[in-house]
Design a protein around this ligand. Structure first.
Ligand code: TRP
Length: 369
């Protein structure tokens, strides 16, 4: 494993992650040399999206302006928080580049791996996730959002998706499941075959036909990709999947950001007061214990959660971010000041976002096909 106390599977992430070791262990590649257009997106510019498999195929397609699909999925648990924006921003980015967007609501996976009812998943997916995607700029044209438990009202399409899940089963054996997932049971096995179908079905003739598919995910989802890629090599007719991997965002306390722990996240529906309270009370600081020590030795932005949030989302101006980083390192900027600045930036973003969110609920139906 990554280090003795850390664990990473699609259903559990814990401990300290060493991304360099993960890159080696999983056999993914560093993401380097992207076309200029990618620099528009903070997440690429600042290497928050840091690794890939087979991205070249997608870059060539983009260059030649040919069609491709960006496919991803969400496990609808709890509140939509800033960590979820990482994927949402990529959806919007690739959609603008001309990709068709497929989004799977993993309600079957949530049922099998988390014990959450399909009704609950549906409600959370629509009220929390889809409405936030819309408010963040996802457009209905060229976008399909579906539930794993209900792929399509069109029987031909639905049959093709579930047929694929079932025929993929022959091309994988139990030892591979064990090697890829560790702890495995029938429900999880079916969920991972369904996820393989999520990723591969856009290429079926009932959908887009053979087409390159890019799957952006958190690095914990790579086991699903490895399995789907291995299977896809054995089944004829699919272009191999491409994928990118992004860093995890720290929770407020420095550990994992978890939907089930409200003191670990900033939700996109949090009020100004919530944001202020959470950042002041919980945001892990890279500052020193005393003012004197901070001014003498300087703070550490690398472990400072407020700084991380500015870097991931809320300070789009690179020069300003650099200035903050330098001043903090030198001890000229104090933790309290950094927190105040972060609170202000988050709240001005949320103010605009929440207005859009109020309108987005009415538009949801246009995204479900
Ligand atoms: N397993 C993913 C998660 O836990 C959700 C998911 C389902 C997914 N189908 C997918 C992700 C297809 C990427 C591609 O969040």
């Amino acid at each position: 494993m990554i280090n003795e106390s850390s664990k990473i599977t699609p259903w559990e992430v814990s401990g300290n992650l060493d991304y360099e070791k993960l890159i080696k262990k999983f056999g993914v590649s560093h993401l380097t040399e992207l076309p200029k257009i990618f620099n528009k997106e903070i997440l690429f510019r600042r290497k928050i999206i840091f690794a890939h498999r087979d991205i070249q195929r997608i870059l060539e397609i983009i260059k030649s302006k040919k069609p491709f699909v960006m496919m991803t999925g969400l496990m609808p648990t709890g509140k939509f928080h800033i960590g979820h924006m990482i994927l949402a921003q990529q959806m919007v980015f690739y959609q603008k580049l001309g990709a068709k967007i497929y989004i799977a609501v993993a309600d079957i996976e949530a049922y099998n791996a988390r014990g959450q009812s399909l009704e609950e998943s549906r409600k959370i997916a629509l009220e929390e996730y889809v409405s936030n995607y819309i408010a963040l700029g996802l457009k209905p044209a060229n976008c399909e959002i579906y539930f794993q438990s209900e792929r399509s009202k069109d029987a031909k399409k639905a049959n093709a998706y579930y047929r694929l899940q079932n025929v993929l089963a022959r091309h994988v054996n139990f030892n591979e499941f064990k090697a890829v997932y560790g702890d495995i049971n029938p429900g999880k096995m079916l969920s991972s075959l369904l996820q393989a179908s999520d990723m591969l079905h856009p290429q079926l003739k009932e959908f887009e036909g053979q087409i390159p598919v890019l799957v952006p995910v958190g690095i914990d989802q790579d086991p699903h990709l490895r399995l789907a890629r291995d299977i896809s090599k054995r089944v004829k007719g699919f272009i191999q999947l491409s994928s990118t991997y992004h860093l995890f965002i720290s929770g407020l306390g420095g550990g994992k950001m978890s939907s089930s722990e409200s003191s670990s996240y900033i939700a996109l529906t949090d009020s100004e007061k919530d944001v202020e309270r959470k950042i002041k009370k919980y945001a892990f600081s890279g500052g020193r214990a005393t003012l004197k020590e901070h001014q003498e030795k300087g703070g550490n932005p690398d472990i400072d959660v407020s700084f991380q949030y500015l870097k991931f989302f809320f300070e789009p101006n690179d020069e300003k971010l650099k200035e903050i980083e330098e001043k903090y390192r030198k001890g000229e900027l104090l933790t309290g000041q950094l927190k105040e600045y972060t609170i202000k930036k988050i709240n001005s973003f949320l103010k605009v976002h929440q207005k859009k969110l109020a309108k987005s609920k009415k538009k949801i139906r246009r995204y479900l096909k």
